[in-house]
Design a protein around this ligand. Structure first.
Ligand code: HT9
Ligand code: FE2
Length: 389
């Protein structure tokens, strides 16, 4: 027997109506190779039409081969899918959870086809990027749209056979921030007092950064807001002020194209030269220990720190920490309530946030999160008031 609505604020609401109108949740992720033969085809999928130099591709292929040709990301997404199912079940909520990727099997179109075959007509997508930019938002929405096109084609239907909506960018959701605070406090316990915290995220081209501003605050501003909040809470927990910075990893464009800086390795050099002797590296830009973390941070950045004689501990990503997973389920319920409010005028509670930025939109505005400011790609995207712009 399940207790209705356990863990929910309003215990009088039957659990199935909490996720209405959605029939299924889709965990939408990046994807990664499962073995050495997958590495090149995967990289071709990721970089199609992106102008990434061949030397960079060869170098990134080496990162994957260094780990036996398999990315840890698929196992991590399976674990997150299981954790979401368990948390929904714990609350007495019966909602199927499918998993689909942009760049590797299982693909988004497979996940949507499975949900559709199961009877789903309205699916809620939860992407594994916490922040808003082309890479973390619109690129997923373009993938949803093209996957729906493919599904319609397979079914011989003229219209999309189901609707995909999206959970808002959740960088400033309490669950994500709280899980990061715990992770940094745990890492902090392993370094000498007074260590600096170096928050790290994926670099993006300056042009993509500028274009991300339409969503409310740029990609880097979103990170600065989270970093300030996490650092302040860590300071409270450890009982003294915590100095921090934001650095970037995984840049991949040609050298002539400006990307967000400083690179984490250059930054560690600078800190060391300025007298810092211990750091905690906190990957707030990522939600799991996938290849960018396993290689760019745990292999490269920790080697840089060792060479500099800098004590460095890498804090956990949020992974399947309880507060994070529970926060994601709260976000699913929040999005469902918003859908009901839009459809039928149901009253709406304010969206939960921490820090100085507002909750980002769940239904993207026209022109949101383009690759480049002011330049429409001509590629339609789901989860927006206007799929064409
Ligand atoms: C903002 C951001 C996130 C964080 C948000 C999130 O977590 O989603 C992210 C995540 C990821 N990026 C990943 C892998 C790759 N990203 C690449 C290339 C690029 N990433 C970009 C941005 C981001 N990427 C950009 C602007 C490019 C240039 C090409 C383009 O304009 O689109 C390339 C091409 C080769 C290269 O690195 O040059 C690869 C292989 C993996 C999988 C890891 C695994 O296998 O475990 C994950 C989770
Ligand atoms: Fe990437």
């Amino acid at each position: 027997m399940r207790a209705p609505g356990v863990g929910c604020d309003d215990r009088s609401v039957p659990p199935h109506t909490l996720t209405a109108p959605y029939d299924a949740l889709m965990l939408a992720s990046f994807g990664g190779p499962d073995g050495p033969d997958d590495v090149l085809p995967f990289l071709r999928n990721v970089t199609a039409g992106k102008g990434i130099p061949d030397e960079r591709l060869a170098e990134v292929a080496e990162h994957y081969h260094h780990f036996g040709g398999a990315s840890p990301i698929n196992g991590q997404n399976l674990a997150l899918q299981r954790a979401l199912v368990a948390e929904l079940e714990r609350r007495g909520i019966d909602l199927p959870v499918v998993w689909g990727n942009r760049n590797w099997s299982p693909y988004t179109r497979d996940a949507l086809a499975a949900a559709h075959a199961d009877g789903a007509r309205r699916v809620l997508a939860l992407v594994t990027s916490a922040y808003s930019s082309y890479s973390g938002c619109r690129q997923y929405r373009e993938d949803f749209w093209s996957s729906l096109d493919a599904l319609a084609m397979d079914l011989g239907e003229a219209e999309h056979p189901l609707v995909v909506d999206k959970v808002r960018s959740y960088f400033n959701h309490p669950g994500f921030v709280a899980a990061n605070v715990d992770a940094v406090v745990e890492a902090y316990a392993q370094v000498p007092d007074g260590a600096r915290v170096v928050f790290v995220t994926h670099s993006i081209p300056d042009t993509m950064e500028a274009a991300s501003e339409v969503s409310g605050a740029t990609y880097s501003a979103q990170h600065l807001s989270v970093a300030a909040e996490v650092a302040a809470r860590v300071a409270e927990r450890v009982g003294h002020a915590v100095e921090w910075d934001l650095a970037y990893c995984s840049r991949s464009g040609p050298p002539s194209q400006p990307w967000l800086e400083p690179d984490v390795n250059d930054h560690l050099e600078e800190l060391s030269a300025a007298g810092t002797s211990a750091v905690v590296i906190s990957p707030i830009g990522f939600i799991s220990d996938h290849m960018e973390v396993a290689f760019d941070l745990d292999t490269e950045a920790l080697e840089t720190a060792a060479r500099l004689g800098l004590t460095a501990v890498r804090a956990d990503t949020v992974g399947v920490r309880t507060q994070f997973v529970s926060g994601l389920v709260d976000l699913v319920l929040e999005r469902a309530a918003l859908a009901r409010a839009i459809d039928s005028g149901e009253a709406l509670a304010p969206a939960a946030t921490v820090g100085d930025l507002p909750a980002f939109r769940s239904v993207c505005a026209p022109g949101c999160c383009r690759r480049q400011d002011g330049v429409a790609s001509g590629v339609p995207a789901a989860c927006s008031t206007d799929s064409r712009s």
